[in-house]
Design a protein around this ligand. Structure first.
Ligand SMILES: [Zn+2]
Ligand SMILES: [Zn+2]
Length: 447
């Protein structure tokens, strides 16, 4: 019997943070791990909202969407891929599901499906992000999923979004481990530990690892973030403005606890409220309940609301949960207001009092939608006399911890992805037993 050949081809996540699209072939079985949007590539050509791609043709022309047959719904050929597995719901790993043929099943964690569905409900339909008609198949940790000659085992990992997984992929030529995005200093380091233990037991033939934080690494933890937030909020006399990622539930929990501890309410956006409501279906997650007296829902000043917004406002209006900017303005010392830079126009009616401040609690190289415009943020803050604090901890593992983890998992080969510093990574990891391969885009690697 001829043994199946196993190969890896990286269509994204090469020399960039995000955009992961990794094809694993085992004989005739072809499976993608992640199918994300490349923020870095897109930024080279586009500047939304005024300069945005009009069709998949533009994205392919510019190399932002790779040329692959049998994968895209706009290509008439029959499907040539058996499944897509998502490590987590960040858009740099999941957004380009938009283009995937709807007959190809998409496997992801239950939480990831909830997040992607909520995100698609609160956004206007968009070329680059739509999950309509996708055949989602959800898993939980440790479940074994057979796809022809492959067996895929997802294990939860800690990351800056709930429902993040790493994978053990059992192929005809041994086990391939894919870390997805992970860290061991978040709210649930024991999940990452679980993944690493299981990966180690599988004696991996190859490890595909994220290597985001090779420069500018810092040492902190979600617990330390909470302490720092507490010391800031405790001293603030006016309103505390808080900017953090929409799906970073750990951070939302931290702000919620700290607001409570300081006799304040956390006012979340309509979008965040919608997600929190959706996440309540997930019994494994701890998220604030919207009915909690420590939570308010902030209604931005605008003329027209979408249907989902009106429904949400109606549901919570009777409970006096919905606050507009004038109500927040009257009780500034009682509120931590989650606010994105794109809502800064609200500062005009809000008129932050002396002793108010702004906390930037995000710093991933990309934000979910657009890049933060630091210069303009600074101008607004200066205008209102708001000092800026930066309190954050990365969603990604730090270099020495990563090295320890890779040494423990002991893979024969190591493929770094999701990094701009693969060469530095290779030199830093040169004393590991596993051989580091500097990945080239679209090149096939045989295991
Ligand atoms: Zn990522
Ligand atoms: Zn991520």
């Amino acid at each position: 019997m001829v043994q199946n050949k196993t190969t890896l081809t990286f269509y994204g996540g090469v020399d960039e943070i995000g955009g992961n699209k990794i094809l694993l072939q085992d004989g005739d079985t072809r499976v993608f791990f992640d199918f994300g949007m490349s923020f870095a590539m897109k930024k080279r050509f586009y500047s939304p909202p005024f300069l945005s791609p009009k069709s998949e043709k533009s994205l392919q022309e510019l190399g932002i969407l790779p040329q692959i047959t049998g994968v895209y719904r706009f290509d008439q050929s029959p499907p040539e891929v058996d499944a897509v597995f998502l490590s987590h719901g960040h858009l740099d790993h999941s957004a380009y599901l938009s283009f995937i043929k709807r007959e190809i099943p998409v496997y992801c964690g239950e939480t990831t499906q909830i997040i992607l569905q909520a995100l698609s409900d609160v956004r206007r339909a968009n070329l680059e992000f739509s999950v309509s008609d996708i055949e989602f198949k959800t898993f939980r940790t440790g479940k074994k999923i057979a796809v022809d000659s492959l067996e895929v085992e997802p294990f939860h990992v800690d990351h800056s979004v709930p429902g993040a997984y790493g994978f053990l992929i059992h192929t005809s030529n041994g086990t391939v481990v894919y870390t997805g995005d992970f860290r061991d200093h978040g709210a649930k380091p024991e999940m990452t530990r679980d993944f690493v233990e299981n990966a180690k037991k599988a004696k991996p033939k190859a490890i595909i690892t994220e290597a985001t934080n090779m420069t500018g690494a810092t040492v902190s933890s979600e617990a330390e973030v909470e302490d720092k937030l507490n010391s800031i909020v405790a001293d603030a006399d006016g309103v505390v403005l808080a900017e953090f990622a929409y799906s970073d539930v750990d951070r939302l929990n931290s702000f919620f606890h700290i607001a409570k501890k300081n006799q304040r309410c956390l006012a979340v956006s309509l979008k965040q409220a919608y997600l929190l409501e959706a996440l309540r279906k997930d019994k494994g997650l701890t998220v604030p309940v919207l009915d909690d007296e420590g939570i308010l829902i902030f209604r931005k000043s605008k003329k027209r609301f979408d249907k989902w917004e009106n429904e949400l406002i109606e549901r919570y209006d009777q409970q006096n949960k919905i606050f507009d900017v004038f109500e927040v303005s009257k009780q500034q010392c009682k509120v931590v207001l989650a606010m994105s830079f794109y809502d800064f126009e609200e500062l005009v009616p809000l008129q932050p009092e002396a002793g108010s401040c702004y906390i930037l609690s995000a710093s991933e190289p990309f934000n979910e939608e657009m890049e933060l415009d630091y210069e303009r943020v600074g101008n607004w803050l200066r205008h209102y006399g708001l000092p800026q604090y930066h309190v954050h901890v990365s969603g990604h593992i730090m270099p020495l911890r990563l090295k320890k983890t890779l040494r423990e998992m002991n893979g024969e080969r190591i493929f770094p992805v999701h990094t701009e510093n693969a060469d530095l990574f290779a030199r830093f990891m040169r004393d590991l037993k596993g051989q580091v391969t500097l990945v080239e885009k679209c090149k096939e690697y045989t295991l």
